[in-house]
Design a binder for this molecule. Structure first.
Ligand code: TYD
Length: 409
């Protein structure tokens, strides 16, 4: 097993009242694609805990961030629906908050998928620790990118160089952060007095409702709902004034925050979601116990189905997603059952999915050697992929959709 640290207190409120509810076992890092089928990926424990005080759901263990993000294979722009999503996002924040020459800093700017779609009139700066991904943002979108892991020190340096930002953005990144309190200090440092902090995170409500445990992995340390997020922001004098549910990553929330008493009126959506969370039992230990039981039953159903299908025909994977690697590893599925996985990301092609020895191939393999069944591991893009792969289905191929509801179509 590889190196990792364990927490004894909550990353947000420092309470020691942590309740462990879901143990997925020892799993490889989901983006640790291997060069050869005999290479063995390092594994790390994957256990989720619930803070009985502030209700924050988080992993017990922290795998060194450098181990996970140094050679990152997640390029946001590899998936067309994400490009559209961030195009709309760029339009929304431009219309609502930005004027000419405003500074926008995005933490975790990836390949520039959002900053690259902002109008030229704003000054955009990215912070992105993965060198290979940051390079793409610089090359394709001509962006200024600080290739470092964001923390309060990096924030001070960005602030010294560029000034304070009208908008600080953080999409699918707050959940990756171990030291959340320091991260919040950094946001506080960078944000102009009347600035907005806008972030997107997968929403715990959707995760629990849909049973999408496969979005829980070492990169994702935190699983947010409104209440713990508000507690974290409040520690730095920030308040949430608006929130929207978004369909991406299996269900997310976009949270809008400002300094307490800032210029934006609070919308009713913040209270609506807080009420929904209370009614769903997000403050109760029993809710999480029920969820864990559901996941064990799901494993039996999926493995039973795939073993039966593999006896009738060939099975391939579609999309070598991170969540797909959790699903395969937790369910003990490997190259015995799944012949290959196709993926559009060049960096993943001609590798082997971590922990499974299943080869990852370019999409052409799917056209040239279509399987009888395709396990849709990028299930968050089900609509787009079904629309794209009509030929496969017309020729008799069938998709196994593993999440949010197990289905064969
Ligand atoms: P994604 O769901 O974006 O993220 P994560 O890795 O966090 O679970 O991953 C989807 C993967 O599927 C990504 O590697 C790109 C790939 N993909 C395809 O191969 N074909 C497609 O048509 C789409 C939409 C995605």
């Amino acid at each position: 097993m590889g190196n990792y640290d364990s927490i004894t207190t909550c990353r947000i409120c420092r309470s020691g009242e942590l309740f462990g509810f879901l143990d997925l076992g020892d799993l490889p890092a989901v983006n640790d694609f291997q060069d050869s089928p005999t290479d063995v990926a390092q594994t790390y424990p994957l256990e989720t805990v619930f803070c009985k005080d502030c209700n924050h759901v988080q992993l017990r263990n922290t795998v060194a961030r450098a181990t996970l993000f140094e050679n990152y294979t997640y390029f946001s722009s590899a998936s067309d629906p994400m490009v559209d999503h961030f195009g709309d996002y760029a339009d929304t924040i431009t219309d609502r908050f930005l004027t000419a020459d405003d500074l926008v800093v995005e933490i975790g700017s990836n390949d520039g998928i959002l900053l690259g779609q902002l109008p030229d009139k704003v000054r955009a700066v990215g912070v992105e620790p993965a060198h290979n991904v940051a390079k793409v943002a610089e090359r394709e979108h001509d962006l200024d990118v600080i290739t470092e892991m964001f923390d309060s020190d990096v924030a001070s340096r960005v602030e010294t160089k560029y000034g304070r930002a009208a908008a600080v953005l953080a999409n699918n990144v707050v959940g990756h952060v171990d030291d959340l309190r320091d991260f919040a200090v950094g946001v506080d440092t960078l944000l102009a007095d009347d600035g907005v902090f806008v972030l997107e995170v997968p929403y715990l409500v959707d995760l629990l409702n849909d049973g999408t445990f496969d979005t829980m992995y070492h990169e994702h340390i935190s699983y947010f709902c409104i209440r713990p997020m508000a507690t974290l922001l409040d520690q730095r004098g920030l308040e949430i004034f608006d929130v929207e549910r978004q369909p991406v990553h299996g269900g997310s929330i976009r949270v809008y925050a400002q300094r307490r008493g800032g210029p934006h009126d609070r919308t009713g959506y913040v209270d609506d979601l807080t009420t929904l969370e209370r009614h769903m039992g997000l403050a109760d230990v029993e809710t999480y116990d029920r969820f864990a039981n559901q996941i064990e039953q799901y494993r039996e159903r999926l493995t039973g189905l795939l073993e039966a299908l593999a006896r009738q025909g060939t099975v391939a994977g579609y999309g070598a997603s991170a969540k797909g690697n959790v699903l395969l590893n937790y369910c003990g599925l490997d190259s015995e059952t799944i012949d290959y996985i196709v993926d559009t990301t060049p960096a993943k092609q001609n590798t082997y999915a971590p922990g499974t020895a299943i080869p990852v191939e370019p999409p052409s393999k799917f056209q040239e050697h279509p399987p009888d069944y395709a396990l849709l591991l990028a299930w968050n893009y089900t609509d787009a992929i079904l629309a794209k792969e009509t030929e496969f289905r017309e020729a008799g191929g069938r998709f196994v959709i593993p999440q949010p509801k197990l289905d064969v179509v």
